[in-house]
Design a protein around this ligand. Structure first.
Ligand SMILES: Nc1ncnc2c1ncn2[C@@H]1O[C@H](COP(=O)(O)OP(=O)(O)OP(=O)(O)O)[C@@H](O)[C@H]1O
Ligand SMILES: [Mg+2]
Length: 281
């Protein structure tokens, strides 16, 4: 097809040879199938800031690092330079997260570069080499649902061990290739250690998985993997091979036996006082 204007700079740089077709136009980006030499890849063209949605909310941005304090001040003030910086920080967040996660062994598309607001990455494909379906578009048996759920929990743990929380994990941001689920769409990824909302976000991501898969495997509906994973992470006990149970013990405060005994002694003393008072009358 004709090269879209936004992809032109990548063609000029020799990063892309031809554009095969448009794959999707989502809320945040338009995605194309492209050819780079012998390879078929995926180009995600980010939309302008004004067309984007909730995920730039402050709770996602917290803890993100910018290069220097001049940039930080400009971003706060919202100057033109500041807005440009904000735009770049947003666009680079996804490619940064992809590099970090790919290195940590998480199943994400392999990234190449983010250039002029276009992210170039591997195309996730099905067994026939076509663009892979989203998890939401595949019919699952109970056994498959349980297997995918377990695989995804393992991916979430690997991500958290690498310090990253997806922040918008759902059946729409997971593709299914021949080997199983692949996680995509990470511009809002959260820094697990630097964001005060990290715990609730992790729990929400994991809860979304349980809710989705419970339509095929109802026993998942009552699991508490998110709470369990976060508790282990906070305690410094989360490892990539940690065995999860899906249950967390209800907090049982230590019974304060001493206080109960003091309470009984006081009641007895009061009763003795009362009796003595009555007898004295
Ligand atoms: N690497 C990839 N390989 C194959 N397909 C992809 C890839 N990346 C994105 N897609 C397709 O493009 C769609 C949109 O991608 P993505 O979710 O990253 O963008 P988005 O603009 O945030 O979309 P949405 O608003 O729908 O969530 C995906 O649902 C998927 O079908
Ligand atoms: Mg998406």
């Amino acid at each position: 097809m004709k090269i879209p204007k936004r992809i032109q700079p990548l063609v000029e740089e020799g990063l892309i040879d031809t554009v095969v077709r448009q794959l999707m136009s989502g809320k945040e980006a338009t995605v194309f199938v492209v050819r780079c030499g012998e390879e078929t890849r995926c180009a995600k063209v980010y939309k302008e800031a004004s067309q984007r949605s909730f995920r730039q909310a402050a709770s996602y941005q917290e803890g993100r690092k910018v290069k220097n304090s001049r940039q930080a001040r400009a971003m706060e003030k919202g100057t033109r330079y500041g807005r440009k910086m904000q735009e770049e920080t947003w666009q680079n967040a996804e490619v940064d997260a992809l590099f970090r996660l790919a290195a940590a062994g998480v199943r994400v598309p392999r990234p190449y570069i983010c250039f002029e607001g276009v992210l170039l990455m591997d195309l996730v494909t099905d067994a026939d080499g076509n663009a892979a379906p989203r998890l939401n578009d595949v019919e699952l048996s109970e056994a498959q649902a349980l297997a995918y759920h377990a695989q995804l929990l393992h991916q979430v743990v690997l991500m958290l061990c690498a310090g990253v929380i997806h922040g918008d994990l759902s059946e729409y941001n997971i593709l299914v290739d021949a080997e199983g689920p692949v996680i995509i769409d990470l511009p809002q990824a959260i820094d697990a250690a630097g964001n005060t909302e990290a715990g609730p976000m992790l729990e929400r991501d994991v809860h979304n998985l349980a809710t989705y898969f419970s339509q095929f495997a109802p026993q998942l509906a009552t699991t508490q993997y998110g709470k369990e994973i976060w508790k282990l992470y906070v305690a410094g006990l989360l490892r990539s091979d940690t065995v999860l149970t899906g249950r967390v013990e209800a907090p049982k405060g230590q019974a304060d036996v001493g206080a109960v005994m003091r309470e009984i002694a006081l009641a007895r003393k009061e009763e003795e006082e009362r009796l003595r008072y009555q007898n004295a009358e």
